[in-house]
Design a protein around this ligand. Structure first.
Ligand SMILES: [Cu+2]
Length: 126
């Protein structure tokens, strides 16, 4: 009987840990592709829309041949710290949208990349 109680407690504990993990792992996954093509550089899609206050996880895949960044950290921007995505790699970024509608640029800040098209619009809507 004691063993059964111990087993039940262990099961309950692991369930609690599992559900805690689910909570911190972010929200809806938003796939983003970074790369270069025809002398241009890009993020796709060009516009990403999320609901105010929602938790999302950007899953950024670099399909190009050079390093790229993903950030929106200047004053008044989305508050996404710079992260570097090497060629062929994928990086995950958790982000919580603000509670009010807003529009932010997300971009690659390597010299010349943003000017070559490496930017997309992050829209927060009600
Ligand atoms: Cu870049």
């Amino acid at each position: 009987m004691r063993a059964l109680v111990a087993l039940a407690s262990l099961l309950l504990l692991s369930l609690l840990i599992l559900s805690a993990c689910t909570t911190v792992s972010g929200g809806e996954e938003i796939p983003i592709v970074a790369g270069e093509r025809d002398g241009q550089m890009y993020f796709e899609p060009k516009v990403v829309t999320v609901k105010a206050g929602s938790k999302v996880t950007f899953v950024i895949k670099n399909t190009g041949k050079v390093d790229h960044e993903f950030e929106s950290i200047e004053p008044g921007e989305a508050g996404i710290d710079e992260i570097i995505i090497p060629p062929g790699r994928t990086r995950r970024v958790n982000w919580t949208a603000p509670s009010k509608p807003a529009t932010y640029p997300v971009y690659c800040d390597f010299p010349g990349h943003r000017a070559a098209g490496m930017e997309f619009t992050l829209e927060v809507v009600e």
